[in-house]
Design a protein. Structure first.
Length: 261
């Protein structure tokens, strides 16, 4: 894909006419037309303006790319830089979500502790409340944070063919790494349920099984949420067409479009 072809695609994705783009870049419509037809390149200053306007690097604009995978004029073109940024962003967000949920579950450890030390019941409940607040302190900012990749998650995507193949290979390697982790998380979760059911009716036990269950649940959910989140981010890039055809995704997209309008 040449610079001119990329410029046409980016301009259409922003619903800009050549005149509107020319106005934002401080040039003429004729100059934009020449760039899009491969008859020249903008100078450095205008390249930087275009880069900021479309949120892509100058290098990705100028570097010719191979034919786009499953080219579709209605799709959203995702460069290597954009895809890698999205994967890194989703990894950070998923880790915070997993950590926040695990911390909330961890509040059960001091909550159940007074059973074995009734004298410290107030301190235990206070400690549990502090842990809950810490967990919410991790989760709430994630809920309200800016989402710079909404188009990546909300539209059918276009990837360069060579990058698509490379990304698919990365995905297969990640599956080999994270699927066993997900299985391990499921085992921990089932073990926690089994432990709780086995000992819940025996009130004479001194063994802190409830606290251990909290540890198992927190660890299980952390590894499962993080692993599933990482794999899902790859699936979003590789299988966007299939995801866009899913009923709940179509309903949500229509609802969001109405809200935006």
């Amino acid at each position: 894909m040449t610079f001119g072809e990329k410029l046409v695609r980016l301009r259409k994705e922003k619903n800009l006419s050549q005149e509107a783009l020319a106005e934002q870049v401080n040039t003429t419509r004729q100059a934009v037309s020449k760039w899009e037809n491969g008859q020249g390149y903008p100078d450095t200053e205008k390249l930087l303006i275009i880069s900021r306007l479309f949120q892509v690097s100058v290098d990705s604009l100028l570097k010719d790319n191979p034919e786009v995978y499953e080219a579709n004029e209605n799709g959203y073109y995702v460069s290597r830089e954009c895809a890698e940024g999205y994967l890194a962003f989703e990894r950070r967000v998923t880790r915070k979500i997993a950590m926040g949920i695990s911390i909330l579950i961890g509040a059960g450890i001091p909550y159940f502790a007074p059973k074995y030390n009734p004298a410290g019941i107030q301190n235990s409940y206070l400690f549990a409340a502090l842990i809950l607040i810490s967990g919410l302190g991790v989760l709430v900012p994630v809920i309200f944070m800016d989402r710079p990749y909404t188009r990546v998650t909300g539209e059918e995507l276009l990837l360069d063919n060579t990058f698509y193949i490379e990304l698919k290979s990365q995905y297969e390697r990640q599956k080999k790494k994270f699927v066993p982790i997900i299985i391990f998380g499921i085992i921990l979760f089932v073990a926690g349920i089994f432990l709780y059911k086995q000992f819940d009716q025996n009130y004479g036990l001194i063994f802190p099984y409830r606290e251990l269950c909290c540890v198992l649940f927190a660890a299980a959910l952390y590894v499962m949420i993080f692993a599933i989140g990482v794999l899902d981010s790859y699936d979003t890039l590789l299988n966007s067409a299939e995801r866009m055809n899913q009923f709940h995704v179509r309903v949500w997209k229509k609802l969001k479009d109405k809200i935006v309008k």
